[in-house]
Design a protein around this ligand. Structure first.
Ligand code: EPZ
Length: 423
């Protein structure tokens, strides 16, 4: 397994290009199951999760030509509507083939996604919603078995906002007979992006990106050509990297409009952030950063996918920051690793108190989920010049960040990939 070696003490200067959004590309790839013909996705990031989804689509019978940033999906009318455990266990988002397979082919057998490091990650809301559209669903030997000759539009009220749950139901409703209203939806930009694609395919989706979405189902949908929106979490991650290490970096094509909660907190901490055309400039000088309190929430609140990164920033700020994680039950796995680098962090249930101003020192650390792995790379950047940090099990990072070590090295960081490091 590879590792990333980071040496500290470098300011970051230059340009970082922001790639297409992983969490938009994944549901949109699943949406290709809803039509025949050839769909073309542009600005797709080169990530492990894209490879996994491509492999899953091939297993289902699609022909996929994945050469990021271009991915072509060729769809015939035959399909094997089964998503096996071996693929689903690699990526929980595979659950998003369930809605399209059921809507298009009337049946689906999808492995229950296991939990993961950050939580048990149930899919009860997905199943409840599909049953409301008329599906018969049972769980047999770890598989979800769903059947329905033709889904019928209905009202679905989610008990909690769920991103992939909302997306699964949008795709199912797009081929259901009649009108569906989804209530208490996730409002993430990636949900809005999926709505744009479903409308391109001929569905009538209104309200994607808000908490109520109306979908007029069609008898059939058309393939599409779509350029994926930029990745707000990748952009936010590099904003934090510049804020933590210090420097002046232009983030090319960063979607500032989707990062309001993150930008507000970074500005409050003392980071300069401003739009320059379609890019965003991030600056942090010698002035010490202020500790700020953060509570994660569904969009447009502060994203849980930025929590680990902000925790590292608070390690280098003056004062004590209170970070509350409200979305996932176990998303502080980066804390013991940061403590190994000298961080002073107390955890009390779902709240962490970060005592800043303590210098971090290099160490071998272990990535656990993709955002935690990004935070450990950032922690390596803020150590002193002669300190060395090896972030092990970097396959987690490769799931969601395209060539992170290269993008950082191109702006002056000392980051290299160590092939095959035991970890
Ligand atoms: C999506 O996961 C993202 N993944 C996650 O990003 C992100 O952290 C998460 O949304 C929250 O923003 C993709 O979009 C592929 P949820 P998802 O369903 O859809 C509970 C990353 O780093 N819940 O919105 O799985 C759930 O346990 C990944 O890129 C149920 O109880 O998250 C959690 O507590 C990590 N029942 C909360 O809702 C359900 O049926 C929000 O989960 C579904 C979810």
């Amino acid at each position: 397994m590879d590792a990333i070696r980071v040496r500290g003490g470098r300011r970051l200067e230059g340009i970082i290009p922001i790639s297409g959004a992983k969490n938009a590309a994944l549901p949109i790839l699943c949406a290709t199951l809803l039509s025949d013909g050839e769909s073309l996705l542009r600005n797709v990031p080169a990530l492990r999760d894209i490879d996994t989804t491509s492999a899953l689509l091939r297993f289902l019978g699609r022909k996929v030509d994945a050469s990021p940033p271009l991915v072509r999906v060729f769809a015939g009318s035959d399909v094997r509507p089964e998503a096996p455990y071996e693929l689903v266990k690699q990526m929980r988002a595979s659950i998003m083939v369930l809605g399209p397979l059921l809507a298009r082919f009337g049946r689906a057998k999808v492995s229950l996604p296991g939990g993961c490091q950050i939580g048990s990650r149930p899919v009860d809301q997905h199943l409840k919603g599909l049953e409301a559209l008329g599906a018969t669903i049972s769980v047999q030997r770890g598989y979800i078995v769903a059947e329905c000759k033709r889904l019928r539009g209905n009202e679905v009220v989610f008990d909690i906002p769920t991103v992939t749950g909302t997306e699964n139901l949008m795709m199912a409703a797009a081929l259901a007979k009649g009108r569906t209203t989804l209530v208490n939806c996730a409002r993430e930009p990636e949900v809005e992006e999926l709505g744009r694609v479903l409308n391109k395919m001929g569905a009538i989706v209104d309200g994607a990106g808000t908490d109520v979405i109306h979908i007029e189902g069609r008898d059939e949908l058309a393939p599409f050509d779509h350029a994926i929106v930029a990745d707000r979490i990748e952009a936010g991650t590099y904003m934090v990297a510049v804020a933590a290490a210090g420097g002046d970096v232009l983030l090319e094509n960063a979607p500032l409009e989707y990062l309001e909660a993150v930008v507000a907190k970074l500005r409050q901490a003392g980071v300069e952030i401003g739009r320059e055309g379609s890019s965003v400039r991030v600056r942090r000088g010698e002035k010490p950063l202020r500790a700020i309190d953060i509570t994660t929430a569904p969009h447009p609140g502060f994203p849980t996918d930025m929590q680990a990164q902000m925790m590292v920033l608070m390690c280098v700020a003056q004062g004590t920051a209170r970070i509350a994680e409200t979305i996932f039950e176990n998303r502080f796995m980066h804390v013991p690793e940061l403590r190994r680098m000298g961080a002073m962090i107390d955890v009390d249930g779902h709240t962490a108190h970060v005592h800043g101003g303590v210098p971090l020192t290099g160490a071998k650390v272990m990535a656990t989920d993709l955002r935690a792995s990004a935070s450990l790379v950032i922690a390596g950047l803020v150590t002193a010049e002669n300190e060395e940090t090896d972030v092990l099990r970097v396959y987690h990072l490769d799931r969601g960040y395209e060539h992170m070590e290269t993008k950082l090295a191109n702006v002056g960081a000392d980051t290299t990939r160590i092939k095959g490091e035991a970890g």
